[in-house]
Design a protein around this ligand. Sequence first.
Ligand code: FES
Length: 136
Amino acid sequence: MALYSEKVMDHFRNPRNVGVIEDANGIGEVGNAKCGDIMKMYLKIENDIIEDVKFETFGCGSAIASSSMATELIKGKPVSEAMKLTNKAVAEALDGLPAYKMHCSVLAEEAIQSALKDYQDRTGNSIGINEDKAEE
Ligand code: FES
């Protein structure tokens, strides 16, 4: 079996939603100290819906594929759904990641949580983000 699924390779080669949202109202940046990879997520939220989402990832192929898939999974969805997105769901949607690459999908979950928390902080619109979890 190939190390990486077709989906991982597809999202790595043709990442969706790469870039910056100039008028984003939620921005999150997270990194992994061990590998040094960094992920930045931009959200444009209107009426509790993720109208747009873009990312910039300075990292490995799995991190790029995870960010790409994560943006696809939350785009157009209510904030409440985006809040529930787990790294496991991202990895499953990619048809799996090797065990030692699971932390790359964790980065995607954390980047979204961090951007949602930023949205909450900026707008004062409480969406019930747990401070401790998002600050990790
Ligand atoms: Fe660190 Fe993939 S190796 S995010």
